[in-house]
Structures are given as structure tokens and as C-alpha cells.
Design a protein. Structure first.
Length: 149
């Protein structure tokens, strides 16, 4: 009998160790992987764009009676203003949107607390099972409307 209980304890211990190792691995993988999948971009900084055009040049070199003149020709790269280029703004510009930012979270929380308390106080102990949750839900709805949601 002692041997089987000892074996059982060892089996439980081994199972517990394996479970803890797996749990540690899962927690570590969940905590480490989100930054790898995050689409993080840092705004700002200096963006430098240079545009060049090739310009044809000629220079006349005058001659003499014994040495005739000639024309020297070459192409030169000249920095010019960039046109038709998409310029990325370093900082996002604020835009107006038609989003309703009127949140009723605070009113829902306070109304839920007050409604639950009222449901508990105004009912008998036998009815607490349904009166407190009903008071919480009703209070949250009323609190949200009072808060402007």
C-alpha cells in the first residue's frame, strides 16, 4: 500500500511540474509576442528628398587663326525642386470627425452601484437573488442616461 501511494504522489508531482512548465511557457509567449505583432511607427524626424534633372550644357571655346575654335558639350546633373511627389507629413494632422465621444461609463458604474444597493435595501433577504442584479442593471441604464449617453 505504501508503494502505490508513493507512486501516486510522484505521478502527481511530475504532472504538476509539467503543467507548471507549460503554463510558464504559455504566459511568457503571450507576454513576449504582442510587441512582435504590433504595428509601431514612430512619427517625426527629418525627411530629406532631393530631385535631380539632367541638363545639357555647351561651351564655345574660341579659336585663333592657327587653332580653330570648338564647342565643348556635356550633360550635368542639377538639383531641382521636386514636383508631383507624395510628401509624407512627419506628424499626423488633427482631423474633425463625426464620432460621438460622449461616454456613459461613469454614470453606468455609479448607477449600477446605487441600483444594486437600493435593490438590496428595499427587498427582503429571500428576494436578494433577483433584486440586487435587477437593481444593478436598472441603475446602470438610468446612470448611463443621466450621464448623457
Amino acid at each position: 500500500m505504501k508503494r502505490s501511494s508513493l507512486q501516486f504522489k510522484n505521478q502527481v508531482k511530475n504532472l504538476f511540474c509539467k503543467t507548471m512548465k507549460l503554463l510558464t511557457f504559455l504566459v511568457a509567449s503571450v507576454l513576449i509576442t504582442p510587441p512582435a505583432f504590433a504595428d509601431y511607427r514612430q512619427g517625426g524626424g527629418v525627411q530629406e528628398t532631393k530631385c535631380y534633372n539632367t541638363v545639357y550644357r555647351e561651351e564655345y571655346i574660341p579659336g585663333t587663326r592657327t587653332n580653330p575654335g570648338r564647342v565643348r558639350r556635356w550633360n550635368e546633373q542639377v538639383e531641382t525642386a521636386c514636383e508631383n511627389q507624395v510628401r509624407i507629413q512627419p506628424y499626423p494632422q488633427p482631423t474633425q470627425s463625426n464620432v460621438d465621444d460622449n461616454s456613459c461609463i461613469e454614470g453606468s458604474i455609479l448607477g449600477g452601484i446605487a441600483g444594486g444597493a437600493a435593490g438590496g435595501v428595499l427587498s427582503t433577504q429571500e428576494n436578494w437573488i433577483w433584486s440586487i442584479p435587477t437593481g444593478i442593471i436598472g441603475g446602470a441604464l438610468i446612470g448611463c442616461q443621466a450621464d448623457g449617453g
